[in-house]
Design a binder for this molecule. Sequence first.
Ligand code: NAD
Length: 243
Amino acid sequence: MPKLENIVLVGASGRMGRCIQALAEEEGLSVQACATRPKFQLPEIRVPHASVLIDFSHSTVTHSLAEELEARAPYAPPLLVGTTGLLPETVKTLRSCAERRACLLASNFSLGMTLLRACVRLLAARLPASFGTEIVEIHHRHKRDRPSGTAQSLRQEIQGARRRENEPADSQDQSPFNTGLHSLRLGSFAGEHQVIFAGEGENLRLIHQAENRQIFARGALYAARWILGRDPGLYSMEDVFDL
Ligand code: NAD
C-alpha cells in the first residue's frame, strides 16, 4: 500500500477544513487547499501517487467537484466526501466517478457512530415489529442541513433492516415502523444523535455524542490512509472498519 503524504482539501477554510488541516499537519502530512470561491478549481496535485482528496464543504461545491472528477479521467486521487445534504444527482455523479477511482461517502466519519449504526441494524432486525423507533439529532445553530445526513443514514439502516424479504418498499413506508426524524439546532453542539426503540414496558436508547470536531477529522485521516491504493469502487466507513 502506498503511504499517504498529501491531502487535497476542499472546504479548507471551514470549521471541519481547519480541524483536518491542523490534525494533518500535526501528523506530518502536507495539505493543499482547493479554491471553492468564486469558482471551484481543482489544483495541480503535487504528489499524485500519495494524495487523497477530502471534501467537507457544501453540496453545490461537492457537485462541481464530482463533475470535475468525472471529466478528469483517467487519473485523479481517491476521494473522501464528508459533506452532507448532497443532491441525488451529485450522488449519481459520484457513483460514476467511483467506476474509475476509490470513493468513500460518509455522513459521519467517527468510529463511534460507525459502530452505533451496526448496533442499530442489529436492533432493528431483531426487535419485534411492535417496537416504534424515533431519531432525535441536535447540532449547533450554524448547521444548515436538517435533518442531518447521519440521521437520514440511521433511518435508512432501520428501514433496510426491517424490510422483510419479498415485501414491496411502498407497503413498508406505511407500516408502524416508519421512523420519525427530529432536528434541533441550537448552541454549539458538535453533534448528538439518539435512536429510540420503544415497546410495551421497555425501551432502548442508543446515544452518540460528538464532543468536538476532531473525531470526524481523525476518522477522515484514518479513512484517507485506508483508501489510498484501493481499487475503484464506492466505499463506506463500514468497509474501513471491516464491519
Ligand atoms: P463550514 O460552513 O464551516 O465550511 C464550509 C466550507 O465550504 C468553507 O470552506 C466554505 O468557504 C465552503 N463553502 C460553503 N458554501 C460554499 C459555496 N456556496 N460556494 C463555495 N464554497 C462554499 O462547514 P463545516 O462545519 O466545516 O461543515 C462542512 C460540511 O461537512 C457540512 O456539509 C457538514 O454537514 C459536514 N460535516 C460532515 C461530517 C462527517 O463526519 N461526515 C462532520 C462534520 C460536518
